[in-house]
Design a protein around this ligand. Sequence first.
Ligand SMILES: NC(=O)c1ccc[n+]([C@@H]2O[C@H](COP(=O)([O-])OP(=O)(O)OC[C@H]3O[C@@H](n4cnc5c(N)ncnc54)[C@H](O)[C@@H]3O)[C@@H](O)[C@H]2O)c1
Ligand SMILES: O=C(O)C[C@H](O)C(=O)O
Length: 349
Amino acid sequence: MQRIARLSAHLNPTNPQMEESAILERVNCRAKGGAPGFKVAILGAAGGIGQPLAMLMKMNPLVSVLHLYDVVNSPGVTADISHMDTGAVVRGFLGQQQLEAALTGMDVVVIPAGVPRKPGMTRDDLFNINAGIVKTLCEGISKCCPNAIVNLISNPVNSTVPIAAEVFKKAGIYDPKRLLGVTMLDVVRANTFVAEVLGLDPREVDVPVVGGHAGVTILPLLSQVKPPCSFTPEETEYLTKRIQDGGTEVVQAKAGAGSATLSMAYAAVKFADACLRGLRGDAGVVECAFVASQVTELPFFATKVRLGRTGAEEVYQLGPLNEYERAGLENAKRELAISIQKGVSFMKK
Ligand SMILES: NC(=O)c1ccc[n+]([C@@H]2O[C@H](COP(=O)([O-])OP(=O)(O)OC[C@H]3O[C@@H](n4cnc5c(N)ncnc54)[C@H](O)[C@@H]3O)[C@@H](O)[C@H]2O)c1
Ligand SMILES: O=C(O)C[C@H](O)C(=O)O
């Protein structure tokens, strides 16, 4: 009976009467029965990205505990996801007063919280709303799980990552290896579009995408595609433009109903899974991410990084660029510098 009472309390994960000790006992009990794994929180879990991301994370065998936090609708999403017969224990958290409980003890925190674009907007137009959201969430991370690996999805990534870094510095817990801006969707798109042109299976294609995550700052290195191949100048122009404008293509197709959510959830899980494999100690886990970097003169830049037990343990150099890519790099750096500075200035106000 006691067991049933505990489980029914869990049906309303935000039930204030549910004692923390009972929750922890149940979670520990389930975690013992399941495979050992990592604790992952999704902040913004009820959103367009958050929901499919929560579903895919619940399917990941490396996850033992999944915390779903949002300022709206997280109880419903939690009840729904928790019925999936996979190993991870799911708990929901609603509203700012439950942020600390959502974050305590987490190994990885994935952040897709914030407003998306509508047609005609740039990612930078989201700055005024999303900067404050990211700041608050990162303050929570500083306090409750300062050693967690943070995967930051909220736009504009080119500015929100510098904001997060400043929050962590202020709290005295900043470790650049653990703060990763998610640019995986650019890589996913690049692999898909390049595979279409080459007539290959996208799973066989690997395109490094460097720089940042907005317009010309998204710089696909088509000269470094694997398997080795070459493109005509027209193909290079078409592919570069399509990869840079991939987000806008989706925003326009959705016609006011938001931006990429499903492909982003896929990309976010692909990236989070790489982080988890790195945490587990797997060798040779390499993905692109927007991180603190000395590859260029800018303090942040996206390149391939090696993911390990402590986060982005190695940041790779750009490798040889052709003339087209060198010109693209100069454009990307100009715009990136402004976006990074905007994030830093927001925190210095
Ligand atoms: N990095 C990338 O490649 C990439 C790709 C796609 C979208 N995005 C960005 O991801 C963000 C989310 O997009 P979406 O389509 O899921 O938007 P959405 O509006 O569907 O969902 C956002 C969720 O965040 C929640 N939220 C708002 N304020 C919050 C707070 N203070 N704490 C916790 N949750 C909060 C909302 O309640 C909502 O559920 C946007 O900024 C979008 O531009 C980034
Ligand atoms: O384009 C957007 O606003 C969302 C996201 O950054 C994307 O690349 O799809």
